[in-house]
Design a protein around this ligand. Structure first.
Ligand code: ADP
Ligand code: MG
Length: 238
């Protein structure tokens, strides 16, 4: 069973075609890394899945249902950005509860879900702080907390760790993996960092100039890259 199915997706910005005939099946529960050099279309592909970009042609299905015309908030997914995109004037608690308040969930439910997310992410003592009173790693956790309170089936990450220092990046990699597993989610994780992809992903999708070069398990890509580009990017000797 696939959580996400993308068929013959094309995306243009005006005359510029940035995604070319993308077809991709993402199994339920998979952690998929979308890798490739800057400008190859990773964010655009992620944003089309999220519904933040219209598509020029093709089909996107989530849980078997075509979502092409569905607004982002009607899709059962949450996105975590590199820039954190936290609301600076809101406390940690308000940032995390925002999407639930928007959906007019009952207060008891909101408190319970925010409390649970805070526990999972070790944010209990920081709930009354504002983003500027947090470290980079703490901000990243709040961004994740904001994503998990709705308990979405799908997480979309766009280079969530690229603003963190190396040591924290390594720690957050395993935290994100754990979170993915414990929540039973399906995740699509954009990164330009090969090591991140190799260590985190069940499946890697290599993009180049808006086209999929290869899809495979990390070791398979490493041992049997489809071409020089994949070999160069994944770092295997070919
Ligand atoms: P990546 O995330 O892999 O770095 P992007 O998906 O951001 O790549 O960009 C893919 C291509 O689409 C780039 O050539 C970029 O300049 C172009 N692009 C991205 N967003 C827009 C936009 N809103 N309007 C026009 N071109 C865009
Ligand atoms: Mg990008």
């Amino acid at each position: 069973m696939n959580q996400i199915e993308i068929q013959h997706l094309n995306k243009n910005y005006g005359a510029l075609q940035v995604l070319h005939d993308i077809s991709l099946d993402i199994p339920v529960g998979a952690f998929v890394a979308l890798v490739g050099p800057s400008g190859c279309g990773k964010s655009t592909l992620l944003r089309t899945i999220a519904g933040l970009e219209t598509i020029t042609s093709g089909t996107i299905k989530v849980a078997g249902e075509v979502v092409n015309d569905k607004a982002p908030r009607e899709r059962d997914l949450a996105m975590v950005f590199q820039s954190y995109a936290l609301y600076p004037h809101m406390t940690v608690e308000q940032n995390m509860s925002y999407s639930l308040r928007l959906r007019r969930r009952p207060k008891a439910e909101i408190d319970e879900r925010v409390g649970e997310a805070a526990r999972i992410l070790g944010l209990e003592k920081l709930l009354k702080r504002r983003p500027k009173q947090l470290s980079g790693g703490q901000r990243q956790r709040v961004a994740m907390g904001r994503a998990i309170v709705r308990k979405p089936k799908v997480f979309l990450f766009d280079e969530p760790l690229s603003n963190l220092d190396a040591a924290l990046r390594v720690q957050m990699r395993s935290e994100i993996r754990k979170l993915h597993k414990n929540l039973g989610a399906t995740s699509v994780y954009v990164t330009h960092d090969q090591i991140e992809a190799m260590t985190m992903a069940d499946l890697i999708v290599v993009l180049h100039d808006g086209r999929i070069e290869q899809i495979g398990r990390p070791l398979d890509l490493y041992r049997r890259p489809a071409n020089r580009f994949v070999a160069g990017f994944i770092g295997s000797p070919a």
